[in-house]
Unconditional design. Structure first.
Length: 583
């Protein structure tokens, strides 16, 4: 007998919009959404104009999908709570057939992005019909922002764009609420009903959504007053990235506003969380007792990473769950947290499955004995970040495999080791296992990097007799050199030993560049190194230093080509030791 405990319910009523036009005021009449002609101007006036220099509002209909757009920062549903219900309960009024999209660049022509961007012809740069993307046929209300140069990778830059767009969204929310119940229901195309039912006689399962928290534009705003809004929300960074428990109904009712500017193909937009396939499937799975969803950040500082992971492990242990799924967007730095979160849970004897994008970038960059039950969300044929919005985010199939794999692990079944490299046939085998087609065990879909032992080189002379070089993964280079490409760039730049720090800059997508741009020595301590020469602490500095972009390139190429090439330069220059810095 299934022991059920009902914890709450949620209804999403979808009102169909077939046309969006400009008018004197924002209102809804029948299937037409009218937007006030001066709304963009008013929103721009309310925005922080020390950052946002210009703002436009476009209506992109399906026949205009061939238009050029700047990189998309977010895709958002247009939704509002009815009768002052809180997020996660009661009724949510949602417009279907129309979405809000935020895009932008800075005055220097740089896209507001991190590891890659998706500017270009819209139809070529988004993957339609994904949970976080635009559905084919949707009308797009596009807010495009132009911001001050140098602000695109600082927290205020993208946040100001999102706030400006939210002024527009608020006006539309008011128009949705102005419809009386009879008018709204008559225009509804469908409604979705969700219930959070605890099956207390089934294995208790917790979902963990790892979200970005490294600073710059890497954060989420949680628990706004309105679905996917900003007012009343709290930044996961400002809350210390520690785990925060939400009900599944809160999580799919707009409790997350996505600011993250990771590579577009792995970006989980606000709409993704509003339609999250993992949470939706788990809610409807009567074989598990879904107790909640924990949102946990991925800090920039190593000590904070360990602290946050341990807090997650303690939380999971205290909840006495039978199994956990940890899912994350993006790749690179946050995979360090991903592995740590899996370890913090697994070492406490709790079955855990992980789901992320990895694909053809190579094995997960770091691992442990608990990074062994993994589901790969890669869809792109080449298995890489490809600049197509939501192309490598989780879809329903990924969620199905993750849930099925967790059930198997909770029953004591073994998941076999992954292949040495990305192999799409493994997914086929896992689906056959789920379909009882003779496959006996699940296979982990993501290989994990095996860290070789550190090569210790003996010191043969005192520092006062050494020539020292700087090698930096912070993206440092001469201002006159070509900038690094913010995705898949494994190249390096030579910095002359006599270069002036005033002639150096950085171009790196993995961290907030503002401190390095204000003082290059904070990341590339060339002047302090020269002072050490003056003081006689070291003999001299190398005639050539090296800058590259760590975290954004092909690991195999970095290992087999870039690294040896850098080593050859240092050896040729007679360098005794190198100081490495990382962003």
């Amino acid at each position: 007998m299934d022991d059920k405990k009902h914890l709450g319910s949620l209804i999403k009523r979808n009102y169909r919009i077939n046309q969006v036009l400009f008018a004197e005021q924002t209102k809804i009449e029948g299937d037409i959404l009218y937007i006030a002609s001066d709304l963009c101007k008013e929103s721009f006036i309310r925005a922080d104009q020390s950052i946002v220099l210009d703002m436009t509002l476009d209506i992109i209909t399906p026949e205009k999908y061939g238009a050029y757009i700047n990189t998309i920062l977010d895709v958002q549903p247009l939704a509002v709570k009815e009768n002052n219900f809180s997020i996660g309960e009661g009724v949510t009024r949602t417009l279907s057939g129309v979405v809000l999209a935020v895009s932008g660049k800075d005055e220097a022509g740089e896209q507001i992005s991190e590891a890659g961007s998706c500017e270009g012809i819209l139809s070529d740069k988004i993957r339609f019909n994904r949970p976080g993307s635009i559905d084919m046929g949707d009308i797009i209300i596009r807010i495009d922002c132009l911001i001050k140069a140098g602000e695109r990778m600082k927290r205020p830059g993208p946040l100001t764009c999102h706030k400006a767009a939210d002024y527009v969204a608020e006006d539309i929310r008011s128009a949705i609420l102005s419809l009386n119940e009879e008018e709204f229901i008559s225009g509804c195309s469908d409604e979705q009903k969700f219930s959070h039912v605890r099956h207390t006689d089934k294995p208790k399962v917790l979902l963990v959504k790892e979200i970005m928290g490294q600073g710059a534009m890497h954060e989420k705003l949680l628990l706004p007053l309105q679905p996917c809004g900003i007012t009343g929300s709290r930044s996961n960074i400002d809350m210390g990235n520690i785990p925060l428990i939400l009900s599944p109904l809160e999580a799919i009712d707009g409790a997350v506003h996505a600011l993250t500017c990771v590579g577009p193909s792995t970006k989980e937009t606000s709409r993704h969380y509003f339609r999250d396939p993992l949470i939706t499937l788990a809610l409807n799975d009567a074989d598990i007792d879904l107790c909640g969803v924990a949102f946990v950040g991925s800090p920039a500082i190593d000590k904070q990473k360990h602290m946050v992971a341990e807090r997650l492990g303690m939380l999971v242990a205290a909840m006495d769950v039978s199994g956990v799924i940890v899912a994350t967007e993006g790749y690179g730095n946050n995979h360090i947290d991903f592995a740590a979160h899996l370890e913090a849970i697994g070492k406490r004897g709790i079955p855990v499955v992980g789901a992320t994008f990895c694909g053809n970038f190579g094995p997960l960059i770091t691992g442990n004995k608990h990074t062994r039950n993994l589901v790969d969300c890669t869809k792109a044929d080449i298995g890489l970040e490809n600049g197509i919005l939501t192309d490598n985010t989780m879809i329903e199939e990924d969620a199905m495999v993750a849930l099925a794999m967790l059930k198997a692990v909770m029953k004591g079944e073994r998941v076999s080791s992954p292949p040495n490299r990305w192999d799409t046939s493994i997914r086929k085998r896992n689906l056959e296992k789920m379909e009882n087609k003779g496959v006996r065990t699940f296979q982990s879909e993501i290989p994990t990097a095996t860290m070789p032992p550190i090569v210790w080189t003996p010191v043969t002379k005192p520092l006062a007799q050494m020539k020292i070089a700087l090698v930096s993964g912070t993206g440092v280079h001469l201002k006159s050199d070509q900038r690094f490409i913010l995705t898949s760039d494994s190249s390096f730049r030579i910095i002359p030993g006599d270069a002036s720090t005033a002639d150096l800059t950085v171009s790196h997508g993995g961290y907030d560049n503002s401190d390095a741009l204000a003082d290059i020595n904070s990341m590339f301590p060339l002047d302090p190194l020269r002072k050490l020469v003056e003081e006689g602490f070291i003999e001299g500095i190398a005639p050539r230093h090296i800058g590259f972009m760590g975290g954004g390139g092909d690991l195999k190429r970095l290992t087999n080509e870039t690294g040896p090439a850098i080593a050859d330069i240092l050896k040729e220059d007679g360098v005794d030791a190198a100081v490495f810095t990382a962003g």
